[in-house]
Design a protein around this ligand. Structure first.
Ligand SMILES: [Zn+2]
Length: 93
């Protein structure tokens, strides 16, 4: 596990102020569930976009949210406690 935070203790992204740590992912394991708002990827990942069904979530094609998890067409039935998102999300600008 990699924990990323700011070294400035006064910053809201310092480990002392932000208990959930800075939301940083270095692998795709949670990537399609906890959708990023900023993405740096290698060319091979970018080339895979049209070939993976769950990448639609990166462009706002989600239908529900439960806590930090988003549910798109490839993610099965969302939990009953989830919040419905009938319009999805805005795609990245
Ligand atoms: Zn900072």
């Amino acid at each position: 596990m990699v924990v990323v935070g700011c070294a400035d203790y006064a910053c809201e992204f310092s480990p002392g102020k932000n208990r959930e740590d800075f939301p940083f992912y270095s692998s795709t394991s949670r990537f399609y569930r906890e959708l990023p708002c900023f993405l740096i990827a290698t060319v091979d990942k970018f080339a895979m976009l049209p070939w993976r069904g769950d990448t639609g979530a990166l462009f706002g094609r989600v239908r529900a949210r439960a806590d930090r998890d988003f549910y798109g067409p490839m993610n099965g039935t969302p939990p009953k406690t989830s919040e419905a998102l009938p319009k999805g999300l805005l795609p990245p600008s």
